[in-house]
Write a protein that binds this ligand. Sequence first.
Ligand SMILES: CC(C)(COP(=O)(O)OP(=O)(O)OC[C@H]1O[C@@H](n2cnc3c(N)ncnc32)[C@H](O)[C@@H]1OP(=O)(O)O)[C@@H](O)C(=O)NCCC(=O)NCCS
Length: 188
Amino acid sequence: MARHELYPMLQTKPTNLHIAPMAAQHLSAVVAIDELGHGHSWCLNTWCQELADPKRLHLVAIASTERSDEAGNGEFVVGHAGLIFYADVAHISNVGVAAEYQGQGIATRLLIELLKRARNLGAGSASLEVRVANKRAHRVYSRVGFQPLGVSESFYSKPREDALVMSIRYLDQPEVAERFAKVLATLP
Ligand SMILES: CC(C)(COP(=O)(O)OP(=O)(O)OC[C@H]1O[C@@H](n2cnc3c(N)ncnc32)[C@H](O)[C@@H]1OP(=O)(O)O)[C@@H](O)C(=O)NCCC(=O)NCCS
């Protein structure tokens, strides 16, 4: 999908950003965000399996503009984040935000909403791996409250790279909820 088809109103700052469970109608935009962002995505078949699996949870950030484009599209997906439940641990599987909308707190909002929903579904902690060179993602995860646990050597291929392993514990404790509220209060 061409970038102009995905984001027809790039000059218009998105309003009414909201976060919702990912559904089939979001998948073409999600795949495009990942392909344009880092060159690859899960295929549609894999995404459909993810959506059908009760142990997975995927959210999308949807921006709406005040006026719709010629095709009547006033809403479009600008980011997504997901996880898999391993017993009471929620493992973040992916996070992506369209380049045009990065730096507006969208990944931060998605992660906090994902963690709140995971906590409500019984998760006590969350974990993730991230490429050691992806400093921007490290900062987003740290801001939300993830702490580094260690390095998993050669975890990634194409290109081969170590992963930083991070986790956040005690999702059901008030301190975590307070941190989320403080972080959200700083976002635009
Ligand atoms: C990593 C990624 C998900 C971050 O998405 P994002 O929506 O830009 O993240 P946020 O806006 O929440 O935070 C990113 C930046 O915005 C800044 N920001 C957030 N809220 C802000 C605010 N209120 N005012 C100014 N800046 C703000 C943050 O400070 C941060 O900047 P930093 O580089 O100094 O840390 C995005 O860059 C991406 O999709 N990358 C490609 C895929 C990827 O790497 N995924 C993660 C690994 S799986």
